[in-house]
Ligand binder design. Structure first.
Ligand code: NAP
Length: 206
């Protein structure tokens, strides 16, 4: 497929280019316009997403959004109005998807829980999209603690406490290549999704 990549020069985008090309896709810079592309990918910044999605939908191009911290309701409305599918996962790592699932399961047993999310120092949004999605799925509004430090990539702990015991579920991203399989799966499936914004990696992983 011909893929318009918004954020091609960024930390994630620069990892995606060779990986998508190795998987057989043609990658063009989204800033040059999405016309003629089959699908677009956005790993930019929260305030850039709506504009990029608007350009893509006007060109009839569905968008896979990796950027976090954007207004998902607004993008859902844009995509519904245009009659095209878009997809967003706050975390394209399969291990993070499992972490969220395990946290939901543990929350049924341990009502007292807190989330600690740790990311590189240049991350713009806090709390992270992964932490907010985890909290929403767990219910009960667990507190979220955000740490931003050089040396980190993306990490999250969900800590449960009960009388005489604690349980910690932790996921660590050690390389941004971890996001590639999830993005490739989303590229393959996004055009089969219903109009509007579909959320969560489980929707595109079989
Ligand atoms: P980054 O290194 O800051 O890269 C962002 C890139 O986007 C920069 O090259 C920037 O170019 C470009 N950009 C900004 N506005 C743009 C626009 N309107 N059109 C096209 N390109 C634009 O950030 P990153 O670490 O790659 O992360 C990007 C986003 O993905 C963040 O929101 C992050 O939280 C999210 N993320 C999501 C996942 C996931 O699994 N869903 C994983 C990692 C990161 P200039 O510098 O020239 O402006």
């Amino acid at each position: 497929m011909k893929v318009a990549l918004f954020g091609a020069g960024g930390k994630v985008g620069s990892v995606l280019i060779p990986s998508l090309e190795a998987a057989g896709h043609e990658v063009v810079d989204g800033r040059d316009g999405p016309d003629g592309c089959d699908v677009a990918v956005d790993f930019t910044r929260p305030d850039a997403v709506a504009g990029n999605v608007e350009r893509c939908l006007a060109a009839g191009v569905p968008v896979v959004i990796g950027t976090t911290g954007f207004d998902a309701d607004a993008v859902d409305a844009q995509a519904r109005a245009a009659g095209f599918p878009c997809f967003h996962a706050p975390n394209f790592a399969r291990g993070a998807s499992l972490m969220m699932r395990f946290a939901v399961e543990a929350a049924r047993v341990f009502p007292d829980a807190e989330i600690v999310e740790l990311h590189h120092a240049t991350k713009r949004d806090a709390p992270s999209g992964t932490a907010k999605a985890t909290a929403a799925r767990m219910g009960g509004d667990p507190p979220i603690h955000s740490i931003r430090l050089p040396g980190l990539i993306a990490h999250q702990e969900v800590i449960f406490g009960g009388p005489g015991e604690t349980l910690t579920i932790r996921h660590d991203t050690t390389s941004r290549e971890v996001f590639v399989p999830g993005v490739l799966a989303a590229l393959e499936k996004v055009r089969d999704l219903p109009p509007g914004l579909t959320l969560g990696l489980d929707a595109v992983l079989s």
